[in-house]
Design a protein around this ligand. Structure first.
Ligand SMILES: Nc1ncnc2c1ncn2[C@@H]1O[C@H](COP(=O)(O)OP(=O)(O)OP(=O)(O)O)[C@@H](O)[C@H]1O
Length: 411
C-alpha cells in the first residue's frame, strides 16, 4: 500500500475550510451589511458616493463582506443601462506610500485594458496622480477602488485626499472614483491627517470581533459540507468557536482550528473528530504562531533573541538586561552589524514579551540596587535555534549556541 491514500473517512470536501473559499452567505453581519448597502446605494442611483472605510481586527469578515457586496453591486448594476461600474482591488500589503499605491493602481487599470505597465519609480507623485486620473477617466462611470490593508501607507495618505476630490477639483471629468479602504489598524484612523479624517468619518463601518455564538453559526455550514456525516463529535464546533472567541474573535482562526482538528483526526486514522483533536490543534496552531512571530522579527530583534538564547544555552537565566545587552553587543560585533542603545533593546524585548516569546520579571532590590528586569525564553530553545539557523547571518552564532546547549544537556 502507498504512503498516501485518499481520505474517505474524515473530509467529504475540505474546500469550505480553505482560506480562499467564498461562502454562500455572510452570517452574523446583518447590521454591517445593511450599512454597507446604504453606503453603496448612490452608485446605483448615479449620485456622488462617499468613500467607505471598514475597520476591524483580522478575520472579522471585512474582505468577505466586501467581495459579497461588490459582486451583488456589479450584478445589479447591469440592470440599469445608465449605470457604468468597474471595480479594482489593490492589496496594499507591500505598499508603503500613496505614491506606490497610485502606481499599482495605474498598472491594475492599464492591465485590465491590455496596456503596458508603467515603471514603479522615476515619476513625481503629482505626475503619477495625473496618469492615474487619465486612466480613470478612460473608464468613465463609477470606479470602485478597494484598497485592502490600506494602513500600510502610514502618514503618506495624500491619495485618500486626492482621489475622492478628483472630480470636484476638475482632475477627472467622466469618472467617479469611490474608495473602499480596509484596515485592521485602528491607530491608522487616528493618525490620518485631519483633512483626510474629515472625509472618511461619515461612512465608516466597524467589524467587531465575533463571539462564540457567532463563530459557531459561521462554522456550522462549513462543517456540514467539509466533513462526512457523523464524523464530528458534537463538542467540536462549539469548542473551536470558543477557543477562537476567547483569543481573537477571528473567523479565520476558528476555521483553521476546525481544519487542523480534522487533519489530526485523519492522521490518527480515526472516524471521529473529537474534543481532544481540537485541543491538540489549538496547541499546534499556537506553536506555529510563535514560530511565525520569531521569523518575522527584524535583524535587531533576531540579535536580541540570539543573545537571550545564548544565556539560556549556558543555563544563566533569567538574565538581567545589563548582561543581556553586553551579550547582544558582542553578537552584533560578530555579525558586523550596528548595535542599538540599551533602551531600544528593551523595546525589542518588550515586543517579544507581547508576542509570548519571552518572559519578563520585574525585580525590586530596594534602594541599594533599585528596580531592574530579568528575562528568559518562553519558548523551547530548540525552536529559537531552528529559526536562527534558518535566518541569514545568524547561522554561525546559532551553531555556537547549539553546541553550548548540547554541552549543558539543555536541548
Ligand atoms: N460573517 C461571515 N460569514 C461567513 N464567513 C465568514 C464571515 N466572516 C468571516 N468569514 C470567513 O472567515 C475568513 C476570514 O474573513 P475575512 O478574510 O473576510 O476577514 P478580514 O476581516 O478581511 O481579515 P484580514 O483583516 O486579516 O484581511 C474567510 O475565510 C471568510 O470567508
Amino acid at each position: 500500500m502507498g504512503m498516501f491514500q485518499r481520505d474517505r473517512q474524515v473530509f467529504a470536501d475540505a474546500e469550505p475550510l480553505d482560506d480562499s473559499y467564498e461562502p454562500e452567505d455572510i452570517r452574523e453581519r446583518d447590521e454591517e451589511l445593511e450599512k454597507y448597502k446604504r453606503a453603496l446605494q448612490p452608485i446605483i442611483d448615479n449620485r456622488p458616493t462617499s468613500n467607505i472605510f471598514l475597520y476591524g481586527k483580522t478575520g472579522t469578515g471585512k474582505t468577505v463582506a466586501t467581495k459579497f457586496m461588490l459582486s451583488h453591486l456589479e450584478n445589479d448594476a447591469t440592470e440599469y443601462d445608465d449605470v457604468e461600474l468597474s471595480t479594482v482591488w489593490v492589496s496594499c500589503e507591500n505598499l508603503s506610500s500613496s505614491y506606490q499605491v497610485a502606481v499599482t493602481l495605474v498598472n491594475e487599470l492599464r492591465e485590465s485594458k491590455g496596456k503596458d505597465r508603467i515603471s514603479t519609480t522615476g515619476y513625481s507623485q503629482q505626475r503619477v496622480f495625473d496618469i492615474l486620473y487619465e486612466e480613470l477617466d478612460e473608464f468613465g462611470g463609477t470606479v470602485v477602488i478597494v484598497l485592502d490593508e490600506i494602513d500600510n501607507i502610514g502618514h503618506s495618505d495624500d491619495i485618500l485626499y486626492g482621489l475622492p476630490r478628483a472630480r470636484s477639483n476638475g482632475y477627472v471629468e467622466d469618472v467617479r472614483p469611490v474608495i473602499v479602504g480596509i484596515s485592521n489598524d485602528f491607530q491608522f484612523r487616528e493618525n490620518l491627517s485631519p483633512k483626510v479624517k474629515d472625509t472618511l468619518a461619515e461612512k465608516e463601518i466597524l467589524f467587531p470581533p465575533y463571539d462564540a455564538n457567532q463563530l459557531r453559526s459561521i462554522l456550522n455550514p462549513r462543517a456540514e459540507k467539509a466533513f462526512h456525516d457523523d464524523v464530528l463529535n458534537d463538542d467540536v464546533v462549539p469548542l473551536c468557536a470558543a477557543f477562537a472567541a476567547q483569543d481573537t474573535g477571528s473567523a479565520r482562526q476558528a476555521i483553521r482550528l476546525l481544519r487542523e482538528a480534522g487533519e489530526l483526526a485523519q492522521a490518527d486514522d480515526t472516524e471521529a473528530v473529537t474534543e481532544d483533536h481540537v485541543r491538540d490543534a489549538q496547541d499546534e496552531l499556537e506553536k506555529n504562531q510563535l514560530y511565525e512571530g520569531m521569523q518575522e522579527l527584524t535583524t535587531q530583534g533576531h540579535a536580541v533573541l540570539c543573545a537571550l538564547a545564548y544565556h539560556q544555552a549556558i543555563g544563566e537565566v533569567p538574565v538581567r538586561s545589563r548582561d543581556l545587552y553586553q551579550r547582544y553587543v558582542k553578537i552584533c560585533e560578530r555579525l558586523d552589524a550596528d548595535n542599538v542603545s540599551e533602551r531600544r533593546v528593551r523595546d525589542h524585548l518588550s515586543d517579544m514579551n507581547m508576542l509570548g516569546l519571552i518572559s519578563v520579571y520585574e525585580r525590586n532590590e530596594g534602594l541599594s540596587a533599585g528596580r531592574y528586569h530579568e528575562y528568559e525564553l518562553n519558548v523551547p530553545l530548540k525552536a529559537v535555534l531552528e529559526v536562527l539557523l534558518s535566518t541569514n547571518r545568524f547561522e554561525e552564532p546559532a551553531n555556537i549556541i547549539q553546541s553550548a546547549a548540547d554541552d549543558n544537556n539543555l536541548l
